[in-house]
Design a protein around this ligand. Structure first.
Ligand SMILES: O=C(O)CCC(=O)C(=O)O
Ligand SMILES: [Fe+2]
Length: 200
């Protein structure tokens, strides 16, 4: 599967990057949970051993006709806790604002874009909302991107920390096993997939 041929060490390199991304991802997640005063929840239940990281490299083709736009990736929210993205500076990634406007996102060279996934929407009881995004291709250059997704591992439960439920923030999601949600809704790109599965 890996292009070991002519690229010795590629596989180890990728595994090493992926492990570092998981580390960074968990650090960020801990900081977020601590900022909400639920660092203990993070330590005890949520992550560390209960979280895994996936890596995906993507290539987006140039649209068939010169003056047209092509959908590289349809509108969706990530079914992750957090996603890190980087690209080759060819534009295409767009995010949907609260006002319903698609805006183009630029990821500076050497930077990572951090995207909130729907699992983090649960863990923050809606304080953070999963980013609605898509990829639209135009122009004459193909686009390459890399994504590092952090998800609760197979069989791991996910629930709203009790401390994050109050009068201003009523409970939004019931506890559920994240991999069961993925099994049912992996190909469901509707923005409300999580709401349908575990919403109250
Ligand atoms: O290629 C990109 O910039 C976005 C990829 C993406 O949204 C995804 O993999 O979920
Ligand atoms: Fe995405």
């Amino acid at each position: 599967m890996w292009p070991e041929h002519g690229k010795p060490g590629f596989c180890e390199f990728l595994e090493c990057v992926n492990a570092k991304m998981l580390e960074l991802n968990l650090l960020l997640l801990r900081m977020i949970m601590e900022s909400y005063g639920v660092g203990e929840y993070y330590k005890s239940k949520a992550f560390g051993d209960n979280t895994v990281n996936n890596f995906r490299a993507m290539k987006y083709k140039v649209p068939k006709s010169k003056n047209e736009e092509g959908i590289g990736l349809g509108p969706h929210v990530d079914k992750t806790i957090l996603t890190f993205l980087c690209d080759d500076s060819v534009r295409g990634l767009e995010a949907l604002t609260q006002d319903g406007i698609w805006i183009s996102l630029h990821i500076p060279k050497g930077a990572l874009l951090v995207m909130v996934g729907d699992a983090l929407e649960v863990l923050s009881n809606g304080r953070l909302q999963a980013a609605k995004h898509r990829v639209i291709m135009s122009g004459e250059k193909e686009r390459y991107s890399c994504a590092f997704y952090t998800i609760p591992k197979d069989g791991a439960g996910i629930e709203v920390p009790q401390e994050l439920v109050d009068e201003d923030h009523p409970l939004l999601y019931r506890p559920f096993v994240y991999s069961e949600y993925l099994e049912k809704h992996l190909t469901n790109t509707n923005f409300d997939a999580l709401q349908v599965h575990a919403g109250i």
